[in-house]
Design a protein around this ligand. Structure first.
Ligand code: PLP
Length: 355
């Protein structure tokens, strides 16, 4: 092992207390966590310990200035009981992209993947076996230096926690196109997976939920016309046989699922175009019957089928079914559960790890 990760396993696992048929979303955590500290310009002391609270100094800089970023990924288990990670190197690289934007240090990408593998190997009994379910992994980094003042912190923590999850949305969803608040603008932090982006999105999301919608559909910051993405997912529209997804313009999060879905759709023979797409174009396509389907893509949601979009005082009808979206979801879930050939080489097996 290249990195010396100190592993202190728990005496007694709590996995027996989990009802795999009824997993409360985001509330259950595995036995262990991975932690690493940043001091004097170096990441030191990588370790896996029992999940525990971390004491917080009231001047911890993340609480005041918001240097906090995260990743989201999933581990699944194949038919032979071997844990699998979905493209973990992409998340390791994106964490460092986010770190750059937020003035935070890079985390070694091989240690990121190694830490994940060791943690998942140790907590492998927590991976729900049902297709569409997974062990959600949350790597994150935040400034924990005690200091009042506006500058980059010199102390950080990088942590990975893990939470078993069932399928996210099993119903078709409704989006609300927001025309007062924005999520991101070019030059801002929208393309970083920064905690603050979510802080700014909470109020509009709650307002959309109160109106009966599932998530906000974000529009561009200048004209409130071009579509960016939905709450925690990138978005794809099928118009007249062609798939269109907003291009990565600096205000959109570059999803690993988005990238994978583009590859998959192209491989299945669909035309996929990355370009700006406006809400006006969607309204027009809906009216003239060329809007065939739409779905959101993201690690947490998988593929979320979109029924309709609320915009100003009207509803834009999308579709009642998603034949292609369903094919994409089944293909990705099949690859993740090892039941379908991994022809794109997405999965990383966790075999022969320590523990
Ligand atoms: C994480 C995230 C996504 C989805 O990215 P994946 O890598 O596919 O999980 C999309 N939009 C936002 C705003 C996100 O934070």
């Amino acid at each position: 092992m290249k990195h010396n990760i100190k592993i202190t396993p728990v005496q007694q696992s709590k996995v027996g207390e989990l009802d795999f048929n009824n997993i409360p979303l985001g509330k259950t955590f595995t036995d262990h966590m991975f932690i690493c500290d940043y001091e004097n310009g170096q990441w030191i002391n990588p370790r896996i310990e029992s999940l525990h609270d971390i004491s917080t100094h009231p001047a911890a800089m993340a609480l005041h200035y918001g240097q906090a970023i995260f990743e989201g990924m999933k581990a699944t288990i194949d038919v032979n009981g071997i844990p699998l990670l979905f493209r973990p190197a992409k998340n390791a690289a994106r964490l460092n992209f986010s770190a750059d934007r937020m003035g935070m240090p890079h985390f070694p990408e091989d240690l990121f993947v190694e830490g994940l593998k060791q943690l998942v190997a140790l907590d492998k009994n927590w991976i729900p076996p049902q297709e569409g379910s997974a062990l959600y992994l949350r790597p994150f980094m935040y400034a924990d230096e005690h200091f009042i003042g506006m500058r980059a912190a010199t102390h950080y923590k990088f942590i990975i926690i893990a939470s078993p999850s069932g399928p996210y949305f099993n119903k078709r969803i409704k989006l609300f196109a927001e025309t007062k608040y924005i999520r991101a603008a070019q030059g801002g932090t929208g393309e970083a997976k920064a905690a603050g982006n979510y802080a700014a999105a909470i109020k509009p999301s709650e307002m959309a939920k109160a109106k009966g919608y599932d998530q906000v559909l974000w529009l561009d910051a200048h004209e409130f016309n071009y579509i960016q993405e939905a709450g925690t997912m990138n978005i794809f529209f099928k118009i007249n046989g062609e798939f269109i997804t907003p291009s990565l313009d600096g205000a959109i999060l570059a999803g690993v699922t988005r990238m994978s879905v583009i590859e998959l759709l192209k491989d299945k023979g669909y035309k996929v175009t990355e370009r700006p797409i406006s809400i006006d174009e969607i309204i027009k396509a809906s009216k003239n019957g060329t809007l065939e389907e739409a779905f959101g893509t993201g690690t947490a949601v998988g593929i979320a089928m979109i029924q309709d979009i609320g915009y100003k005082d009207s509803e834009i009808y999308v579709s009642d079914e998603n034949p292609v979206g369903q094919m994409v979801l089944d293909t990705i879930n099949g690859i993740r559960s090892g039941k379908r050939e991994d022809k794109y080489n997405w999965m990383v097996k966790i075999e022969g790890e320590l523990v």
